[in-house]
Design a protein around this ligand. Structure first.
Ligand code: ADP
Length: 390
């Protein structure tokens, strides 16, 4: 609705038109006039008006058609019909069709003024009401969206719990099963089997501990309790530390590790311990999913002066495009390629959270049979580290 009150008066009698528009003008309204229905419809379409005052009997079309067209264009416009005694029945029909009021000829200006004031008041209320309903509907939509998001979170939590219970049960069952055999005097267990069984129990218990530690890490990150403790450190020193840590593991499969750091990368500002964990998780995956004698490379370089990109590249079994979608989810292991008892399916999701904690991103490029490249990028601006650390 326009901010000035626009009134359109339609009457084929020039005298009535003149009197009405003069009186309404004095009342402070902006008045437009039309002498027939066609002209009136053109004006209504051109500019929305608050009030239409229309003679019920026009030379070309009836006042009822004006009413219908006005309401179609703008349901909030109040239409007041002017009628003679002879067409009072049509005026009543007009009220039933949505006209605000009718007024008899000759028009009493005082009466018209009261009708207009009431119509404008109702119009304001209608508009406010509509806005209120609209904002309520919007709030409802937002609430529904929030609800849906909550449902998804809750579903994700349930899925996580179900997968976690499954993952915990597997090593526990094996510990219980093997220890029961050892404890039972009924089955003759030779020395070799004895040791074998103890070894199975040991491997499962270690796996269980690894799983529980990973879950604790993940829940710490999730609950927001893990914050960054960023400091300035030498990336080369950190990677040397990582190399020494993983060497015995790589030696078991005669795998080589090559580390390349761009000349422009020296000391960086990040959380040293978390960066180490990211590298360890990625390198231990590269080790697990690469055959004996495989090659693992770590390449770190500055993508821009403020972004560090680090890639862990292997020439292992690779990951199909479809599986790449879910490996960063908790327990997102690739079932067909799963190396039994080796992983818990949390390493990548922890690495992803740690990278994100630094304000960075992690992704994979891989082809089955040709190896994988896991790359993470983190911003190096000091500001980011300080902000996150708080
Ligand atoms: P896991 O404890 O099983 O290693 P991760 O979350 O670290 O769990 O990895 C999820 C899955 O992603 C792995 O089980 C494996 O299927 C796949 N994956 C991760 N890294 C590699 C890699 N370098 N090569 C091939 N597959 C990988």
């Amino acid at each position: 609705m326009p901010s000035v009150t626009n009134i359109l008066v339609i009457d084929d009698e020039p005298a009535t038109l003149k009197t009405l528009s003069a009186a309404l003008g004095v009342m402070g309204y902006k008045v437009t006039t039309a002498v027939n229905g066609r002209e009136a419809l053109a004006l209504i379409r051109k500019q929305p008006c608050n009030i239409v005052i229309a003679d019920i009997k026009l030379p070309d079309i009836s006042g009822l058609e004006i009413l219908e067209a006005t309401k179609k264009l703008n349901p909030e416009t109040a239409v007041i019909m002017i009628t003679g005694h002879a067409s009072i029945e049509t005026a009543v029909d007009a009220i039933n069709e949505g006209a605000y009021a009718y007024i008899l000829k000759p028009v009493a200006i005082n009466e018209l003024e009261t009708i207009i004031k009431n119509a404008l008041r109702e119009q304001r209320l209608l508009i406010e009401n509509r806005k209120l309903v609209e904002s309520l509907q919007q709030s409802n939509r937002r609430l529904e969206e929030a609800n849906r998001a909550l449902e998804q979170v809750s579903q994700a939590k349930s899925d996580f719990m179900a997968k976690m219970s499954h993952e915990l049960r597997t090593p526990l069952n094996s510990i219980i099963g093997f220890s029961e055999v050892l404890l039972s005097n009924t089955s003759p267990v030779g020395q070799a089997t004895h040791e074998e069984f103890l070894n199975y129990i040991h491997v499962s218990a270690r796996h269980l501990l690894h799983l529980i530690n990973s879950i604790l890490d993940l829940s710490k990150i999730e609950s927001g309790k893990m914050s960054l403790e960023s400091i300035e450190f030498d990336l080369a020193v950190l990677l040397e530390d990582v190399r020494i840590t993983v060497l015995p593991m790589l030696a078991t499969k005669k795998q080589t590790l090559e580390i390349k750091i761009g000349e422009d990368v020296s000391s960086i500002f990040a959380d040293e311990a978390k960066m180490k964990q990211i590298f360890l998780n990625l390198i231990s995956n590269a080790h697990k999913f690469t055959l004996t004698g495989g090659k693992i490379r770590v390449i770190c370089r500055l993508e821009t002066p403020h972004w560090l990109h680090c890639s862990v590249i292997d020439n292992g079994i690779g990951i199909s495009l479809q599986d790449q979608q879910r490996i960063f989810e908790e327990f997102g292991q690739v079932e067909t390629l799963r190396f039994r008892g080796n992983g818990v399916g949390l390493g990548l999701s922890i690495a992803k959270r740690l990278v994100e904690l630094h304000g960075g991103k992690i992704w994979v490029i891989s082809e089955v049979g040709h190896g994988s490249t896991f790359t993470f990028s983190i911003p190096l601006a000091r500001k980011v580290g300080y902000l996150n650390a708080q």
